[in-house]
Design a protein around this ligand. Structure first.
Ligand SMILES: [Zn+2]
Length: 562
């Protein structure tokens, strides 16, 4: 999980009845959404859930790093559990899908050298002013006296009538762009999605678009509020060994050099041509002004040391009784950060919350479906993905090599780091306002006397930072939600305090370990919710859609035509 702070979002719904989750259930007779849900209240056994989290996060599993003995133990365990529950292999008769990985450790020049046309030379030291790399799986990559072209936010978004590359040929050149999107910059709710980040605001998109446009280099100017994190995160994330998927073209279609420069470094080089970072920000919001050559050129080289390895996604399915070729997909990443022999004391990143909870959640939901008197009408696919912590790689591999067609995949539900601090009155939806799946979630939540709402920091783009996003990118409507902070026992203040404590003391640390004092009632309620959503969807024929204006809607509409 990339860290997410959730605060109370509470719209009190009138007239909601107290539900009776423990009630004995009757057989499903009516497949319609509300009625079906009402009849389905699987008891998610908390002791059972705890015991699976305990095994997955044990020292014996070594922190579950991809391509380690910890992986072998984890995937063997998951296969065994899915098979014992009576599920079928989900990938061509196997429970496993190979995920070939490449690991690149780069050595970079000590600075990006920028020259102006009049001969002024500026050095941007690596680390302090710039961070660059190449995604190309090749021993060496470079840009040499490559012309810098300012392309605003680097966005081509027909649905927002925005094209930063209009009438521009950047082949062989290096594009320089701003992070986030015009909506965030202007805080104008009518521009993009206002304060909430769209996919176009994410750095991943900007590098992909630059490559599509044929750029040789792509540099994003960092600014803390717009990026959502400080420069130190840019420095830390892109140094050391970097994992990626092995692709057919060895990423040779990517720009040769990708990277970030700090806003002060941008200012420094822009002053050489009588401009400034502030001026670029103004220009970027002016549609008519468009992009322009900066009168600067840049040079930098990167040398790679390359190795490959193999990891696996674990796939298990319950075939549908009436429409077996249509799928509801549940996803959770099984991997975590492994073991670090250089650490003093505890060296194992057990990843109990992140994400033994979500992985055990897959097993719990699978068990709930298998315990129903009637099997689902549509098929249910459970996917435990690898290498989330290395950049959402396992889920990307699944989405790019789907074992079942994505236009037959009705919806995806992602679980990443369930809450272990007790039940809450609120359910926080990451990327709230995206799709009709929220209607299903709201219906299910109502039966638990809970309400759903947005998480409080949509400008940080958390929707684009966990595994479900790779399905969204292919058009599949996805749901990513979890307990909010309004604790039934203690309210939002206590909920926020406990979350803050978790982030400070345990998040991505060896201390993320299982604890006898955990209260899994809230996790169990969340799993019931996700079960209900999938169960409603499995009982009907419709395909829920992205809401109009969503950046993935056009993709889905096109793929459904096929
Ligand atoms: Zn996670």
């Amino acid at each position: 999980m990339r860290y997410l702070l959730i605060v109370l979002v509470c719209a009190v719904l009138g007239g909601c009845e107290k539900s009776a989750p423990q009630e004995k259930q009757a057989a499903v007779t009516d497949p319609g959404p509300p009625a079906a849900a009402k009849n389905l209240h699987p008891d998610i056994d908390r002791d059972w859930l705890f015991s699976h989290i305990e095994i997955l996060s044990s020292d014996d599993f070594g922190g579950r790093a991809p391509a380690t003995p910890g992986e072998e133990k984890t995937i063997a365990y998951l296969r065994e559990q899915f098979a014992a529950l009576g599920l079928e292999p989900g990938h061509n008769g196997s429970f496993f899908q190979d995920v070939p990985l490449v690991t690149i450790t780069a050595t970079t020049d000590d600075a990006v050298r920028v020259n102006s046309k009049d001969g002024t030379s500026i050095e941007l030291p690596i680390g302090e002013d710039a961070v660059v790399w190449t995604k190309r799986v090749t021993p060496e990559a470079a840009i040499s006296d490559s012309d810098l072209v300012f392309v605003g936010y680097g966005i081509v978004a027909p649905e927002f009538e925005w094209d930063d590359y209009a009438g521009l040929d950047v082949s062989g050149k290096t594009v320089v762009m701003l992070v986030n999107d015009p909506g965030f910059a202007s805080q104008d709710p009518a521009l993009f999605k206002g304060n909430a980040m769209t996919y176009y605001g994410r750095w991943t998109y900007k590098f992909e678009e630059a490559a599509k446009q044929g750029a040789a280099g792509a540099l994003i100017i960092h600014e803390t509020p717009a990026a959502g994190y400080p420069w130190s995160v840019v420095q830390g994330s892109w140094t050391g060994a970097q994992h990626d998927l092995v692709t057919a073209d060895k990423n040779m279609s990517r720009a040769s050099i990708e990277g970030w420069i700090s806003s002060s470094a941008a200012d420094k080089m822009l002053q050489a041509v009588g401009s400034s970072y502030a001026q670029l920000k103004e220009e970027a919001l002016d549609r008519t002004m468009g992009s322009r050559e900066l009168g600067l050129s840049a040079s930098v080289a990167v040398r790679n040391s390359i190795s490959t390895s193999n990891s696996k996604n674990v796939l298990a399915k319950i075939p549908g009784t009436e429409r077996p070729d249509e799928y509801i997909l549940y996803m959770a990443h099984w991997d975590h950060l492994g073991t670090d022999p250089n650490l003093e004391g505890d060296q194992i990143y057990n990843g109990a919350v992140d994400n033994a909870t979500g992985t055990a959640g897959l097993l719990a939901i699978a068990r709930a479906f298998m315990q129903q008197p009637q099997k689902p009408r549509r098929s249910i696919m459970f996917v435990a993905v690898t290498a989330e912590e290395s950049g959402l790689l396992g889920s990307r591999h699944y989405a790019e090599n789907p074992p079942v067609p994505l236009n037959k995949t009705v919806a995806g539900v992602n679980m990443d780091a369930l809450h272990v601090t007790g039940p809450t009155r609120d359910v926080a939806v990451i990327g709230y306002g995206s799709s009709e799946l929220e209607k299903y979630l709201a219906k299910a939540a109502l039966q638990q006397n809970r309400t759903i709402g947005p998480e409080p920091t949509p400008e940080k783009g958390f929707f684009y930072r966990s595994d479900h996003f790779n399905l969204a990118k292919k058009g599949v409507p996805v749901l990513y939600a979890k307990s909010g902070v309004d604790l039934v026992d203690g309210g939002p203040e206590k909920g926020r305090a406990l979350q803050a404590e978790h982030i400070q003391k345990r998040y991505h640390k060896p201390a993320d370990e299982i604890n006898e004092n955990w209260n899994l009632t809230g996790s169990a309620e969340d799993l019931q919710l996700f079960f209900h959503v999938g169960s409603m969807l499995a009982g009907e024929k419709s395909f829920p859609q992205w809401y109009p204006g969503n950046e993935f809607k056009a993709l889905r509409d096109a793929s459904m035509m096929q």
